[in-house]
Design a protein around this ligand. Structure first.
Ligand SMILES: [Zn+2]
Length: 75
């Protein structure tokens, strides 16, 4: 059994799958840690990307960035 080492993270972007703004990320906070949707477990982006979102807040630039991330994940 693996211990629960993740914590909740609220981001300005909605999950592309279910629209939730609540995500889960490892408490370790490595820049390369994966950020998952808390509801549907969809992979959104890496932790350092989530940090950038939180610093910038919602914007067109951010939307474009998310689209890029989401498209990348489809490959
Ligand atoms: Zn979701």
């Amino acid at each position: 059994m693996t211990p629960d080492i993740s914590e909740e993270l609220r981001l300005p972007v909605a999950c592309p799958s279910c629209g939730s703004h609540l995500y889960r990320v490892s408490k370790v906070h490595n820049p390369d840690d994966k950020v998952f949707c808390a509801s549907c477990k969809r992979f959104l982006c890496l932790y350092h990307e989530a940090q950038a979102m939180l610093e910038k807040g919602p914007s067109d630039e951010l939307e474009a960035m998310i689209e890029e991330v989401v498209n990348r994940n489809h490959h």
